[in-house]
Design a protein around this ligand. Structure first.
Ligand SMILES: [Mn+2]
Length: 374
């Protein structure tokens, strides 16, 4: 973590690091498998291809603790010249045998002295003003290779991370580069989610939902393949985007029933405006997070809690969402208060979106406290 003054300084450090890459260098990218991480990986793939004429080798992972021994040993075998990590708050020590950096925007717990870990939170303390990784990746490509019209890729990651207003300039660029994609009256989170960018977000995350890390990799390859023609991505007209289009349709079809059930089987707490909904397991990953986003879009006045159905019934995964323009609560603050009272509760996230892991037996207590704190 460096003592950075502002975003420009952070971006300059990355640009300088990228300038050292030689055309013959081999590069690996470890990235978060959500839409922000996938879009960041696609943007870096485009940058690296410009420099080396080759694409990096991709390692999508589902979280900072999921960089397995298997991945590290694969990296050792590949022996790349650089390893770059995107959108994950991992300890730089884990990859210190390689040259490279970690570009992240999550709340971090990393050795303060390690200069290879770059995070805008080191100079920006206000959560709402912390930019997503795909925004930073885009700023680098915009400065270094302005001929690449790839604002639309960054727009997808920014939409997922709820930073549309903060990163308005990217959507202004999309208007200029691909006017057919943006017909919204004003650029704000709700309108963008309801535009084609809502569908693009679903397409990019459908990869990991159907095929886990292989699917996330397919999403990155599809974005990279279609960098100059988002219409090809949307319609699945290249090899990888064709696969993504099929994953997307599968997710759409399989979640439809689930979403129609909310009105009948969800618990609506009308005084506090909270919905609690438990889903049945269907063979899709990251389902609670997807379903909770969808319910939030349908009931923006409500705080939405979605409980997943696990194979063993001792632990539960939950996704909780709220619409920032309608609700004042800070879900991270609420979660921290609950953690003080119920030790089995784990998880974290952003003000408007958290993931929670909890012992099944503590579930009732959790919601008693949660409703009190709302
Ligand atoms: Mn992110």
């Amino acid at each position: 973590v460096r003592n950075l003054k502002n975003l420009n300084e952070l971006l300059d450090i990355i640009k300088q690091a990228l300038q050292k890459i030689k055309p013959s260098d081999r590069i690996c990218l470890i990235h978060h498998d959500d839409a922000d991480g996938n879009c960041s990986a696609a943007l870096f793939s485009i940058i690296i291809n410009k420099i080396t004429q080759n694409y990096p080798i991709l390692f999508p992972v589902s979280g900072p603790n999921n960089i397995s021994k298997n991945i590290i040993s694969k990296l050792k075998t590949l022996n790349p010249d650089y390893v770059f990590v995107l959108d994950l708050s991992i300890d730089p020590k884990k990859i210190n045998i390689f040259k490279g950096f970690i570009l992240d925007h999550h709340i971090f717990n990393v050795d303060e002295k390690d200069v290879r870990y770059l995070n805008p939170r080191s100079f920006e303390k206000e959560d709402d003003k912390v930019v997503p990784t795909s925004f930073m990746s885009y700023k680098i490509i915009e400065d270094t290779f302005p001929e690449e019209k790839v604002a639309w890729i960054a727009g997808i990651g920014i939409t997922e991370d709820h930073r549309v207003e903060l990163c308005k300039e990217v959507f202004e660029n999309i208007k200029n580069e691909n006017s057919e994609l943006l017909s919204v009256k004003s650029i704000n989170q709700v309108e963008i989610e309801n535009s084609i960018f809502g569908q693009l977000w679903d397409m990019v995350r459908s990869g990991r939902m159907i095929r886990r890390s292989d699917g996330a990799r397919t999403a990155v390859l599809a974005l990279t393949e279609c960098k100059n023609s988002p219409d090809k991505f949307i319609n699945g007209l290249t090899q990888n985007s064709f696969a993504i289009r099929r994953f997307y349709e599968k997710v759409r079809d399989q979640t439809q029933n689930c979403l129609m059930n909310v009105e009948n089987t969800g618990k609506f707490y009308s005084k506090k405006k909270v919905i609690v909904y438990e889903i049945q397991k269907i063979g899709i990953n990251a389902l609670t997070s997807f379903i909770s986003d969808k319910i939030r879009q349908k009931y923006p006045e409500y705080i939405v809690c979605v409980i997943g159905k696990d194979s063993d019934n001792t632990k539960k995964k939950m996704s909780i969402r709220l619409e920032q323009s309608k609700r004042e609560e800070d879900l991270v603050l609420i979660l921290n208060r609950i953690k003080e009272n119920i030790p089995s509760v784990k998880g974290g996230g952003h003000k408007s979106a958290i993931g929670v892991f909890i012992d099944f037996d503590d579930l009732d207590n959790f919601f008693k406290l949660f409703l009190d704190l709302v």
